[in-house]
Design a protein around this ligand. Sequence first.
Ligand SMILES: [Zn+2]
Length: 400
Amino acid sequence: MGDFNLTVILDAIRRSSGGLSRVELAQIVGLSPQTISNISRRLLDQRLIVEAGKEGSGPGKPRTILRLNPAGMYALGVHVDPAVITSVVLDLVGDVVKHSRIPTPAGSNPQRVIAAIADEIKGLIEDSGVDPGKIAGLGVAAPGPIDLDEGTVVDPPLLVGWDRVYLRDALAEATGLETLVDKDVTSAAVAETWAGGASGTGSFVFMYMGTGIGCGIVLNDEVVRGTSGNAGEIGHIIVDPDGPPCDCGLRGCVKSSCIPQVLVAEAEEQGILDGGRKGTEGPEVQEGFARLCDAADSGDERAIAIIDKSAVLVARAVAVVTNTLDVERVVFGGPFWARMSERYLERIPALLAANSAANSIHGIEVVGTGVGEDVGAIGAACLVLEHTLAPRAQRLLLEG
Ligand SMILES: [Zn+2]
């Protein structure tokens, strides 16, 4: 790619809902008709865009509309969650061509996880029938913290043994693809801006309900990553001053009082989940959480109380974030979201409004993700599209 004007034009076409004519393009991006014409020709030759019919009923020649060619380029995305590994192939317009999900290999061996991901990607490319020559790269969404310079994942909670794993380089080597790594919460926010529709516009926070709880931040349509790509760590916001002690020395942080692992442990202690204590690895937590939600759905008052209380606590953390950033919307999603969505969406809007500093000036919309359950993996693939197509400097991404 490498040509700034070319990416500016591609980006403008991508952001338009129904495509653009060359005249409209010239007006939007401020380039001369001659430049637009030359670059359109190059993009047509590269099959990145297509001419999609003519438009216009007024005087003068009808205008030819230019649109992205979905089959012009593809991107792979992988979401490494402590419980599950999700992989997707996206086309150029951000639609999922193929996806897969496997449980994260148990134990504390990152090499096994990396080998499993590489195998999964190989299979996915074959199954998708996509020309490997058209795959722009691999995006990886990983739990934070991440080290941008090294392309490493550093001691993520619940991935035991991942002290400092060179995820980017290992996957680039294993797959032969250019590889980018970003934090899972940020990837989710990126996915929302690319594929979420109305909920992905303007200023919003993406509340990522995973093995941990974090947030992705989008202000005025720009994803905010912070100095090192680690923005959005909200695990130590205090939501329950008398709550359980946290490893940071305080009490009642998000991390010690309302992440799924804590809720499952509470349910086990109260005897709601039979079969005694299970382990604390990702798949076990996810399984325990599913059983807790089953119990709540079947009317178990104690299970309902645990989930309802967690909604109150999460709402307090969300209020701190929305008051700090003055956003218009909160989007919930992530691997644990589907099971809690109904109860959370029932309670959190009112709780948030009650704690919102700007409540008399504007409301805050609370919605579930428009992207669906694969939001992390889709976001990871969108990173590749964004890196290849968007005209902004992507210096904060990890390049392999
Ligand atoms: Zn803490």
